[in-house]
Design a protein around this ligand. Sequence first.
Ligand code: SF4
Length: 253
Amino acid sequence: MAETDPQEILAQARRYAEDLMLFEGRHFIVPEEVVLQASGLGEKEGFTSEEISAAEPAGRESVVASDEGLTLDAFREEICTCTRCPLGATRNQFVFGSGDPNAGIMFVGEAPGADEDQSGLPFVGAAGQLLTKIIEAMGLSREEVYICNILKCRPPGNRDPQPEEIAQCEPYLKRQIDLVQPRVLCTLGRFAAQTLLRSDLTMGRLRQSEHRYEGIPLVATYHPAALLRNPQWKRPTWEDIKKVRRLYDGVAL
Ligand code: SF4
């Protein structure tokens, strides 16, 4: 058996300790005074009450009308054998998404990796486990949110998705969003944010701004895989995640 580098063991222990401090056993609770202010949303920095209510399902009826009668499961069945782009020929499993079909929060990553390609489920590898901790730190479970990716099939070798693959697959994501009708979207990683926002700004710049996708407030934060490599980004990620939770709760930022 190969010897494990003591430095790597130490680094792993540090990463684990940081996870414990940042994402484990730490549940985001909206302070009472903030909840009380919620009825008078709008005069603070960030999304106003009008913006938040504009993202409510009632405000997007026209978008959803074309999906009348279609369930998320039925949509999955409809597209699970897709070969619209070359990734349909190389995937092991089609990775549609998982979670509550009526979730208030929808996380959107880039594309399935090797673990996801094998299991058919999104975010199940090491990065997925960290995402689970983040969700639990918000006071929610994976079953209470919805998790998916822009691409439904794994790019070989985890290479970056190609523009034509995105062009073919993004309409599926748009339809998923229409069906779930989340109150807030949270993109994970630069690629997902840049794709949905049609932007070439850096992750750092994207995090500093408020965004919308199809009228829905969107918070851009780091991908959990990037957090595994750069633990110093966990603190800013936690700040982003608190924004997501506040938008979910309908509390002004
Ligand atoms: S990545 Fe999307 S468009 Fe390409 S084959 Fe898979 S489901 Fe179809």
